[in-house]
Design a binder for this molecule. Structure first.
Ligand code: FDA
Length: 282
């Protein structure tokens, strides 16, 4: 297990907020903006989901107090979406109230396709009142072009990702080339129609195409940014900064890192099999 934790440390700021803060300040000092993710998902106990809600509010207060240049990314299943939509809605409203007061941006991460309709529904309802709110669209889902058109109509704020969960061929594209094609069409539509587009990928070919599209269509810097995960392509993050682009790093922290690390390892399969062999040979 120790090797898995060693690799996790590269992708996770710390196990506690207190220890994550210096890491965030260091990223900020390099010109990188941050979005904090409190690790944890698929909560099935009301008590734990309420605790997660309180902890997220505490993180918002810490962002404010420590003057971190950071937004927050939230998984709705961490605060009750697996329990009931109404319960989750009550929790997220408490969070949005504080985030609005502190002027901190919140983005709902997107999880398995099962949770996409409820996550988007909650997003649309809250976006009417809270403009400091964004969502995520996954390029692998068949439904996503329709969703990006709807987000464009309300001038929403969206992060575009390829998609990190295991989905079936009933709901999603299965090959890299189909997913990349979908990503580009979502991206170009969003850059033209959404109020803000977060281009979240480590794929340098897509990043180059995004830069060319932005230049050709004169998309102002206030309407997009690049986003990458902590510990992945750090040099490219700094290179983009040096070229004058805004770059936000997704910084997870906390003790529940297994699910997050599993998804990162699946993306990098050669690492994944290497790790599994090590874990099970112990
Ligand atoms: P791809 O996987 O094709 O990788 C392109 C290149 O990047 C690779 O060739 C490799 O060089 C490098 N790379 C990618 N992953 C790596 C890794 N783990 N280690 C080392 N190098 C790696 N997903 C989701 O379903 N819901 C969400 O809310 C989010 N949120 C989110 C936020 C941000 C800021 C990012 C960057 C990503 C997400 N994701 C996500 C994850 C996303 O869906 C996707 O799984 C990963 O970003 C990997 O896909 P890439 O776009 O990087 O392309």
């Amino acid at each position: 297990m120790s090797l898995l934790f060693f690799l996790a440390k590269n992708h996770i700021a710390a196990e506690t907020l207190e220890n994550a803060v210096p890491r965030i300040k260091e990223l900020n000092s390099k010109g990188l903006i941050v979005t904090i993710d409190r690790l944890g998902e698929y909560e099935t106990s009301k008590k734990e989901a309420s605790k997660a809600t309180k902890e997220i509010i505490n993180i918002l207060e810490t962002i404010d107090k420590e003057r971190l240049n950071s937004s927050m990314s939230i998984k709705l299943t961490a605060i009750g979406l697996c329990i009931s939509k109404r319960f989750c809605f009550r929790n997220i409203k408490k969070i949005m109230k504080i985030a609005k007061k502190l002027r901190i941006f919140i983005r709902f991460d997107m999880e398995n396709s099962k949770y996409v309709p409820d996550t988007l529904d909650i997003y649309y309802r809250l976006y009417k009142k809270y403009k400091n709110l964004g969502c995520v669209i996954q390029a692998y889902l068949f439904r996503s072009f329709n969703d990006i058109e709807n987000i464009g109509k309300i001038k929403g704020n969206v992060r575009i990702v390829k998609g990190a969960y295991k989905e079936t061929s009933n709901t999603s594209f299965q090959t890299k080339s189909q997913i990349n094609k979908s990503y580009r069409s979502l991206l170009f539509h969003s850059l033209k129609n959404s109020s803000f587009t977060a281009i979240a990928t480590h794929d340098h070919l897509i990043i180059e195409d995004a830069k060319a599209f932005i230049k050709k269509n004169k998309i102002p810097k206030s309407r997009y940014e690049f986003q990458m995960l902590l510990g992945i392509r750090s040099n490219l993050q700094l290179k983009l900064i040096s070229q004058g682009y805004n770059v936000r790093v997704y910084v997870p922290f906390g003790k529940n890192w297994i699910g997050y690390i599993y998804r990162r390892m699946r993306e990098k399969k050669e690492n994944f099999w290497f790790i599994l062999r090590n874990v099970f040979s112990k």
